[in-house]
Design a binder for this molecule. Structure first.
Ligand code: MN
Length: 317
């Protein structure tokens, strides 16, 4: 059931012993929202912990290096930035049907939780959480502000994407005005610093790009063989998908990452008006109009590509 901001405020005021769950392959937004909410709750003298089925990448240490003890009996389950309970990974089975509140900004949200606070026009789950903290009348700590900044910065590609509108800039200005925030440091950590393996993958990217549908579709498959050869970690793929739409003339770009043999995590990006959330819906995934994803499994790479091309053809004019 979708709820209003005020209903979410009431719920948060009255909850306790909270497990906050993020999505698998944690990004800056779900990590930021998870730890910011954790900080808000503990400052209200509530017990909480942030859980993710995958490990948080080291580059998020400045958010995750905090007291985070899940050693209590949870009564409340909250997801942040999780559009579909399947994105909880191995935690889906344990917690998937117990989620009391979902805080999200994905238009494709599956409404799997008891209550869902959905703001599909928000740039990030962290932006929804910021507005929620204002509605609750809580003063953010510098730490929580830093987490929220990071989530908004990463989900907007450092304030570059269309989702970074006036409201987003207004909120960021407010956060910068009120809090000590080393935003240049955060931006460098999130967007500029790369491992050597990541640089090698980027240098080889042009050879991975395959052109389809009159060069309007680019598919870049990164197989386990390549991943092993380069020695790149899965958490080093963030920010790589936009490279699939850098080539002039591309409408849709797809980064395929072979997570396990014949399990492909696919990240879709749209350069202009093609709605990739619609494409991913056909492939049993979801997301936003300009950035979406799905998992294709149980088939060969060639078959997976064929399914992608077919789905793109259905949506792209
Ligand atoms: Mn997000």
């Amino acid at each position: 059931m979708f709820i209003s901001m005020n209903e979410a405020v009431e719920f948060l005021k009255n909850c306790d012993n909270v497990y906050i769950l993020t999505h698998q392959s944690p990004d800056g937004d779900c990590t930021g929202a998870g730890f910011a909410l954790h900080d808000i709750l503990r400052n209200m003298d509530k017990k909480s912990a942030v859980l993710c089925c995958d490990e948080f990448p080291d580059k998020f240490n400045f958010m995750t290096d905090t007291e985070n003890n899940a050693d209590f009996t949870p009564e409340t389950f909250i997801t942040v930035d999780v559009a579909d309970k399947r994105l909880l990974g191995k935690y889906e089975e344990i917690y998937g049907d117990k989620i009391n509140l979902c805080i999200d900004h994905h238009i494709s949200n599956k409404d799997y939780a008891e209550r869902t606070l959905l703001e599909a026009d928000s740039a990030a789950a962290c932006q929804v959480l910021y507005r929620l903290s204002c509605a609750m009348g809580v003063e953010l700590s510098d730490y929580a502000a830093c987490c929220i900044y990071t989530g908004i910065a990463t989900d907007t590609g450092c304030f570059k994407f269309e989702n970074a509108g006036a409201e987003t800039h207004r909120i960021i200005a407010e956060i910068m005005y009120r809090h000590k925030l080393k935003y240049a440091d955060i931006n460098r950590k999130m967007f500029d610093i790369k491992s050597k393996a990541r640089m090698i993958l980027e240098s080889r990217f042009i050879n991975l790009m395959e052109e389809y549908l009159d060069n309007r579709l680019i598919i870049a498959p990164v197989t386990i063989d390549i991943i092993n050869e380069i020695g790149i970690d899965y958490d080093e793929f963030e920010g790589l998908a936009p490279m699939t739409i850098e080539l002039d003339g591309t409408e849709v770009g797809v980064l395929m990452k072979e997570r396990e043999p014949n399990i492909y995590r696919c990240s879709f990006r749209s350069a202009n008006d093609v709605n990739v959330s619609e494409i991913c819906k056909i492939l049993d995934g979801g997301g936003h109009a300009k950035a979406a994803g799905c998992t294709i499994e149980g088939c060969t790479l060639e078959e997976a590509k064929r399914r992608i091309i077919e789905a793109v053809r259905k949506v792209m004019p």
